[in-house]
Design a protein around this ligand. Structure first.
Ligand code: FES
Length: 240
């Protein structure tokens, strides 16, 4: 069947203004949206720019807006949309467009790095590996599925209102290490996110959870950080 793709085009370096370009693609119901975009680029217009790599929802590079909703192009099939085979494809919101559907994720990864997204343990290394207890592992297991596609951060209304807000993806990674029983920097990690630019900036709008292509309960994970901060405060103030 013939599908129509209305694709956002912009080439800031080339000086061209933003516009939408229409392509027609012969596609089956089980074709991925990424397949269709590849077909456009390979068969019709090699100038169309978008990111993709694994095509299996692992690398997180092809997050974009498909018919008004942030999705991974490789995880959505033509038949998933009830729009009479018409598709509007746009770049991730919030980020600066480099070209067409490719956005500049530099600010996203800068914020991600500020939460020190790696295990820190300053104790003497054991003879074997450091073991995680299984209850704790299960508790933060969903956060391990994050593929850093930036869908959550680009959809978050707080991120748009406050450019200094760390954003759900960075805070989710902070959550993962705050609750890791092998990490010895829990207090430092907590104080690093204990602000309006940190976890208190989250107003539980749930948009991050709604768009996460891996089904991670992002808002709930952030709420667990808030809970731990409150518990620590109670303990410090001696409140019951
Ligand atoms: S291409 Fe890797 S997640 Fe879609």
């Amino acid at each position: 069947m013939e599908c129509t793709f209305i694709v956002y085009r912009q080439d800031p370096e080339g000086g061209s203004r933003s516009r939408y370009q229409e392509y027609r693609v012969d596609a089956g119901p089980t074709d991925k949206i990424l397949d269709c975009l590849n077909r456009i680029r390979w068969e019709q217009d090699p100038t169309l720019a978008f990111r993709a790599s694994c095509a299996h929802g692992i690398c997180g590079s092809d997050a974009m807006v498909i018919n008004g909703r942030v999705e991974l192009a490789c995880q959505k099939l033509v038949r998933d949309f009830k729009t009479a085979n018409n598709f509007v494809i746009e770049p991730l919101p919030f980020f600066k467009v480099i070209k067409d559907l490719v956005v500049d994720l530099t600010p996203f990864f800068q914020k991600y790095r500020t939460v020190k997204p790696y295990l820190i343990n300053d104790q003497k290394p054991p003879d074997a590996e450091r073991l995680q207890d299984s209850d704790t592992q299960q508790f933060f297991e969903p956060a391990l599925s994050c593929i850093l596609c930036a869908s959550c951060t680009s959809s978050c209304p707080i991120t748009r209102a406050n450019p200094d807000y760390l954003g759900p993806a960075a805070l989710l990674r902070a959550f993962r290490y705050i609750y890791d029983s092998r990490d010895t920097k829990t207090d430092e990690r907590l104080s690093a996110v204990d602000s309006e630019d940190g976890v208190w900036g989250c107003k539980s709008m749930w948009w991050c959870t709604d768009v996460c292509p891996k089904g991670i309960p992002v808002t709930k994970c952030l709420a667990q950080i808030k809970r731990m901060l409150k518990q620590n405060r109670k303990g410090r103030d001696g409140a019951p």
